[in-house]
Design a protein around this ligand. Sequence first.
Ligand SMILES: Cc1cc2nc3c(=O)[nH]c(=O)nc-3n(C[C@H](O)[C@H](O)[C@H](O)COP(=O)(O)OP(=O)(O)OC[C@H]3O[C@@H](n4cnc5c(N)ncnc54)[C@H](O)[C@@H]3O)c2cc1C
Length: 312
Amino acid sequence: MKKEILVFLSEEPDLGLVSRACEMAASAGLSVKAAVLSEGSTLPETKKLFEYGADEVTVIRVPGEAAGERVMGEALMLAIDREDPPEILLAPATVLFRAAFPYLAVLLQAGLTADCTELSLDENGRLIQVRPALGNKLMASIRTLSPVQMATVRPGIYLPVPCGKAEKEVTVIDHDRKTTTTRTSRIKTAAVRLSEARVIFAGGAGLETPENFRYFEEKVQEAGFCTGATRKAVEMGLTSYSHQIGQTGIIVSPEVYIAFGISGAVQHLIGMRSSGYIVAVNTDKKAPIFDYADYGIYGDWRNALDEILKKL
Ligand SMILES: Cc1cc2nc3c(=O)[nH]c(=O)nc-3n(C[C@H](O)[C@H](O)[C@H](O)COP(=O)(O)OP(=O)(O)OC[C@H]3O[C@@H](n4cnc5c(N)ncnc54)[C@H](O)[C@@H]3O)c2cc1C
């Protein structure tokens, strides 16, 4: 097995995950390879991957906007020598990698822990994977028994820390989808972008109906921004799970997080409290979200949305 941590990333990479891989690799004599899955025709920016800890960078180009998990899994395999796979494979727990990693795990006969919130190595260089378990009542530390160890990690958990690796030539691999399965599904959902967005407009139960939420999403998307949601909004059927932010959803840390009709439950705050600026819009002056907001707007979400979008 190659003494390597292979980190898979999308075009807007989770640099914090690369930094964490770099820290762990340094303590265990491993190298770090970053493999960027690119769906565009132009090459993504790769300089920062070296700066934040990659020894080697590969770009895998997959043509087209939408591809199924199997196509993506096959594309990811292009970065791996099956006879000599890396000891550890990591990826952010975005919709794309949550779907494609199980396929890879089967091919490599590797144990996979999904949605980790912490990673470290034990004294033998084996991965300790921490993730919430039993309905988030406890944090489980998981060790994988298989030689190859795989984990997806909640995006934004680790802060990017420069590791100062020298920039090298990047390997580019083109994936020919014609040679693979034709079954496709749309997996490039909002969640992929959400974890990497600079500005997020999030809606909660205060939006009340699916029609209202659709209006909210259309307005926000027209203006070029991403929408997130609370678990209650998802459970009420206002939007899909891929938008859920919080303890059991996606962790985000945008520059600006604007919460509409969200009370500020601790499970939601876990997912967004590291945002640069938090703006809260609520009709209840006593809503807990105001305690965490840098700016508070007391009032109806619809009026505030129109006013905010006019100003951006
Ligand atoms: C194990 C566990 C895990 C959980 N994981 C998550 C998670 O990952 N993410 C998550 O979000 N939650 C999670 N929850 C649920 C969480 O506890 C809250 O129930 C949820 O976040 C509340 O969502 P909300 O703020 O949309 O709804 P509410 O708490 O009902 O708040 C709605 C808010 O809208 C305001 N409002 C009403 N009308 C308007 C209006 N017209 N304009 C403006 N404001 C208005 C109200 O004043 C109120 O403050 C979890 C709970 C448990 C037990």
